[in-house]
Design a protein around this ligand. Structure first.
Ligand code: PEP
Ligand code: MN
Length: 355
């Protein structure tokens, strides 16, 4: 829209877009407003829209990820800050998500919640529906039945309330979306489900922030393109999470996945959404979590997601990568300082405020 377009003109364009059978998405910046036209792009009558009062120009955004792109954002340099309770994700300071891989019992969850809070974590995680490689492994308490799922979800909600942390858990399938959304603050889509566009749609429509993990075989472009399935539902509270891609070559890789840290600043160039890193699943090794956490901060990540257990080796799931709350505290203390340094000097290096 023109800089001086009136609200009436903006409303008129939105109404016309909707009349044509498209959805309208409004991106309002300090000085300009951009109206996104969502639908089958083959049928968008660009010329017809371009002559409406107040319209400056109409054009196609060429990337497959349009709504989440900086190009589309009316304030190119502005990053999105996502709110979960009192916590800001993508703001000035890094955010730490911590907790067990899987919730094992009420006592286990509450003990870990208390410890990670003391260590400086902001958001409490705990898996209730676990994606597992073997059908014969523990699938999470939620898989045992609806009442067990509700019970575990209640513990997670109550532990979050007691220790003042918003909560997050993974949604593995469409049938459980509404149930889980009743209890938790942030909905996680795991790496294995990155490509499930039907699940993405249902999750986005809950209107809660979504933590969206990159599939271990996905390119950055695919990752961003599929994020768009969340955004087209009107939900741009998307936290992108890099968690490693499949290692290449013959022989032993020494890590569970290969953490693609260059993806962090590369993604930040493309989108205004916050990017966090999961060093636990990326490495699969507790002895590497500290180093990869520091590296993620140096790369400019907005936060970390880390698996914690008071008795790491005894964790029911992902025991090899769990760390203690003391180790988490050391990571958080170091990473807070690294984040400040990296972000401050990066601005100087690129002269791009806000990125
Ligand atoms: C998880 O965070 O619990 C998890 C299973 O991670 P990912 O989807 O990245 O494997
Ligand atoms: Mn895990």
């Amino acid at each position: 829209m023109h800089k001086d377009a009136t609200q009436e003109e903006i409303n008129h364009v939105i109404a016309e877009v909707q009349k044509l059978g498209f959805k309208a998405d409004v991106s309002r910046g300090e000085s300009i407003t951009i109206i996104g036209v969502i639908g089958d792009e083959r049928n968008i009558p660009f010329h017809q829209l371009s002559i409406l009062p107040g319209v400056k120009e109409t054009r196609m955004i060429e990337t497959p990820y349009k709504l989440i792109s900086r190009e589309y954002n009316a304030d190119h340099a502005t990053n999105r800050i996502i709110h979960a309770g009192e916590v800001e994700i993508g703001g000035k300071t890094p955010v730490y998500i911590a907790g067990p891989c899987a919730i094992e019992s009420k006592a286990q969850l509450f003990r870990i919640a208390e410890e990670v809070k003391k260590a400086g974590a902001h958001i409490l995680r705990g898996g209730i529906f676990k994606p597992r490689s073997s059908a014969h492994s523990f699938q999470g308490l939620g898989a045992q039945g609806d009442s067990e799922a509700r019970e575990a979800l209640t513990w997670l909600r109550d532990a979050g309330r007691m220790f003042e942390m918003p909560t997050i858990t993974e949604i593995r399938g469409e049938t459980k979306v509404e149930l889980i959304a009743e209890y938790v603050d942030i909905l996680q889509i795991g790496a294995r489900n990155m490509y499930d566009q039907d699940l993405l749609g249902v999750v986005a429509r809950q209107g809660k922030p979504v933590l969206y993990k990159r599939h271990f075989g996905a390119s950055v472009e695919e990752f961003l393109s599929f994020s768009e399935y969340l955004a087209v539902e009107g939900n741009k509270d998307i936290i992108l999470c890099e968690r490693g891609v499949l290692p290449t070559g013959k022989g032993k890789s020494f890590t569970r996945y290969t953490l693609d840290l260059a993806a962090v600043p590369a993604i930040q160039e493309e989108t205004y959404l916050p990017v966090i890193v999961d060093p636990s699943h990326a490495t699969g090794r507790r002895d590497l979590v500290y180093s990869m956490s520091c590296s993620a901060m140096a790369a400019g990540a907005s936060g970390l997601a880390i698996e914690v257990h008071y008795n790491p080796a005894e964790s029911w799931v992902d025991a090899a990568q769990a760390i203690t709350a003391d180790e988490l505290k050391n990571i958080i203390d170091t990473c807070n300082r690294l984040h400040a340094l990296a972000v401050e000097n990066r601005k100087k290096a690129f002269n791009k405020p806000g990125r």
